[in-house]
Ligand binder design. Structure first.
Ligand SMILES: *Cc1c(COP(=O)(O)O)cnc(C)c1O
Length: 357
């Protein structure tokens, strides 16, 4: 039996994708072997990665002057790769809107001068700061587009002019269309909204390649990865294949415009309920509310705990907030069906009636 899994990542995958992967598990396309068992340097695997990249590009409308890289190491490895590849003069601007962007800034400090332009830390990251002034000599500006832990999203694209804008989109990518040209680099761990863990996708504008600092580990050098078609060494071959199935599922659904409508409907169900609830309070500022991660509290940690365990007993699992913030977080990525969100809202409503004083 499938249950509704609200985990922030790794998270639910679309059922048809899991079923197809299961059907092809021991014999992919008449090859007599699993994709797990294939050499990545064979025509059959090369066709898989090429199709996965083509579908990824189609979904996001990635322009021809951008490379798409399929790497390992998670988004966290890119916290290091970004400064190593882009800090030409050793200066970068960061907007710190949550713990991942804080970690990214901290990592970049190892390589150069980091200016934190703004942070919402003093307000528990309940909003995303608005920034329209940047250091004129910055090599890049880094943001985290959707703050997975705090349930907030950028409601604007910082206008950095000629300075490349770099965005961590781990929990945002594929949830709705993105104008890739607004960014110099976009990166995302796959385990939130695209695939199992083990794959990190990097989209990088070609003119930003080739400036890696000399000490850059070969695996983190985007130019070397781009020149080798993400196969400088063994890529996360099976995860790329599953990502490819997810992209086919999205295309069949009607692409990201359609996905956005579904995601808006799902988030609205939950936020509309929260806005009238007398027990639960949403924690993110309204204009920054995430469509993907919905955070809320009762204000009483014991009651939060009771809610999480009763929800789990009712087939609604992993609604506990991140260990650093507490409360609840329902991650409702692409693969969470609308029925799952409806079931959660119905359960919250009955829990409220049973527990309101
Ligand atoms: C999950 C997450 C990360 C960390 O990803 P790893 O793949 O575990 O390194 C970084 N940034 C964001 C926005 C995330 O959601």
């Amino acid at each position: 039996m499938r249950i509704y899994n609200f985990s922030a990542g790794p998270s639910m995958l679309p059922l048809p994708v899991l079923e197809q992967a299961a059907r092809e598990m021991t014999d992919y396309n008449g090859s007599g072997m699993s994709v797990m068992e294939m050499s990545h340097r064979t025509p059959i695997y090369e066709a898989i990665i090429a199709q996965t990249e083509a579908d990824f590009r189609k979904l996001l409308g990635v322009p021809d002057n951008y490379k798409v890289l399929f790497l390992q190491g998670g988004a966290t490895t890119q916290f290091s790769a970004v400064p190593l590849n882009l800090m030409k003069t050793g200066k970068a601007d960061y907007i710190v809107s949550g713990s991942f962007s804080g970690k990214a800034a901290k990592e970049a400090e190892k390589y150069g001068k980091v200016t934190v332009l703004a942070t919402s830390k003093a307000d528990n990251f309940t909003y995303v700061p608005y920034v329209d002034t940047f250091s004129p000599d910055a090599d890049y500006v880094h943001i985290c587009y959707n703050n997975t832990i705090y349930g907030t999203t950028f409601h604007y694209v910082p206008q950095t002019g000629d300075i490349p804008l770099v965005a961590d989109m781990s929990s945002y990518i594929m949830s709705q269309p993105v104008n890739v040209e607004d960014f110099g680099v976009i990166y995302a761990g796959a385990q939130k909204n695209m695939a199992p863990a083990g794959l990190t996708v990097v989209i990088v504008r070609e003119d930003l390649l080739g400036n890696a600092r000399p000490e850059t580990p070969v695996m983190l050098d985007w130019k070397i990865q781009a020149d080798n078609g993400s196969m400088y060494n063994t890529p996360p071959a099976y995860t790329i294949y599953v990502a490819g199935l997810v992209y086919k599922w999205l295309l069949a659904l009607g692409g990201l415009d359609e996905m956005k409508k579904i995601n808006e409907r799902k988030a609205k169900l939950l936020y509309d309920y929260l806005d009238q609830s007398k027990l639960f309070k949403p924690t993110a500022k309204k204009e920054n509310r995430s469509l993907m991660n919905v955070c809320f509290v009762t204000g009483d940690p014991d009651l939060d705990k009771k809610f999480c365990s009763e929800a789990a007993a009712n087939g609604l699992v992993n609604v506990k907030g991140h260990r650093s913030v507490g409360g609840m977080r329902a991650s409702i990525y692409n693969a969470m069906p609308e029925e799952g969100v409806k079931a959660l809202v119905e359960f919250m409503d009955s829990f409220e009636r049973n527990n309101i004083k």
